[in-house]
Design a protein around this ligand. Sequence first.
Ligand code: NAD
Length: 479
Amino acid sequence: MRTHLQHFINGEWVDSTGSETIDVLNPATEEVIGQISNGTTEDLDKAVAAARAAFPAFSRTTKEERIELLNRIADEYEKRKDDIVEVITEELGAPLSISEKVHYTLGLAHYRQAAKELETFEFTETRGGKVIRKEAIGVSGLITPWNFPTNQASTKIASALAAGSTVVLKPSELTPFAAIILAEIFQAAGVPKGVFNLVNGNGEVVGNGISSHPDIDFVSFTGSGPVGQKITENAAKHIKKVALELGGKSPMVILDDYDTKKAAKIAVSALVLNSGQVCSAATRTLVPKSKLEEFTEAVKEVLPNFPVGDPQNESSFMGPLVSEKQYNRVQGYIEKGLEEGATLVVGGTGKPEGLDQGYYVKPTVFANVKNDMVIAQEEIFGPVMSIITYEDLDEAIEIANDTVYGLAGYVVGEDEEKVEKVASSIRAGLITVNDAPFDFSASFGGYKQSGIGREWGVFGIEEYLEIKSVVGVRVGVPS
Ligand code: NAD
């Protein structure tokens, strides 16, 4: 049993001021694997006070000191590889290979990337007779979801530390154990007392507490739209800056000149990664009308290469969904798709054969989807693809943009001009062409209802900075 009832505050593990606990389940077995404390507002106040006290000294560290710190964190993170892989497989249900190749790797990448960005980052510059300074924003409250336990927390923490901000993290109560390992990593790496604080608990108390806390200067949230709205409302009371990474319904536009089988492989792998629990997942697949049949046949052929199964089994590509709630949500959308008259190509309701225990779902593909159907408009957050046909490129772009979201977009094609036309026309924050890998020096974040602000690389660091102009000083002498 993983039982971690303490919070990490001011450089040490401390008991909660409350006695309530939260059970954490393994979604593959549906069994309780441990407990965390359901943190209280007093716990949060202590963490915020520690972060506030640590801020003046930490914000004045040099960027060289922070580069060293980030690299020490990355080194310690590497030493905990086995623990991170194991914990993510247990609490999220990600297959071991995905925990390693995706979750472990993404988390690590953010610390290395932030250190690299700092090398060339200018915190002070002179412009037309004034000094422009970029200063750490203050105490940052970080609220993260369950779908990428180390990645979501690490992109925020790495950016905050690079900027010189101190933080209070509240991870998802569904997957809290990866963050406990992160706290141990920061301790081992010598992160100064109070710079990183972890308070476990639910959204109602600790989450709301962060967004409404008068002593927190900035809230960075990743999660659902309704919670993002609540956070923004709370933050408005103290005019607190907010960054939101919310949901998506991202289009993948497949051009008619691309090899259909290769396109199907790209589309399917973008759909099933992390059991479809990816905010930037390509869930609306736009194919030329003339290629619909060829494409759906190719999808059927490719899908068995991404087997669903026990996360402990090395050959599994997809594990279960994270919870019963998420399972029911995805089942509801599959039923809705059938009701709306979309054509079921593969998958459907119920559990895959032989996987009765655990929150497993069948990867499901619908064809003949109209973009105004619920399954094409709402974020399902599971492995459900909607194939929508288009007549010409203008129609493809119109369909791609006919959504309240704008987190990501994908273009699969050979003709560079057409690829560029689609890439520049989709109103979304990250466009991926063909099978390009992740690039953490790029920006990540949404247009429209997908959010406010950017993460990753230099763009993430900027979020944790305030800009100050100093006029009237002798140019070249930073104040
Ligand atoms: P969620 O919004 O329910 O929870 C996210 C976090 O917010 C959790 O830590 C939760 O405890 C906390 N929370 C809940 N209520 C709160 C409140 N009132 N005040 C403050 N915090 C509160 O989301 P989830 O179910 O954990 O994650 C799934 C959602 O997250 C999906 O909609 C998905 O699209 C989105 N997501 C977005 C991104 C992105 O980068 N854009 C990444 C991952 C997930």
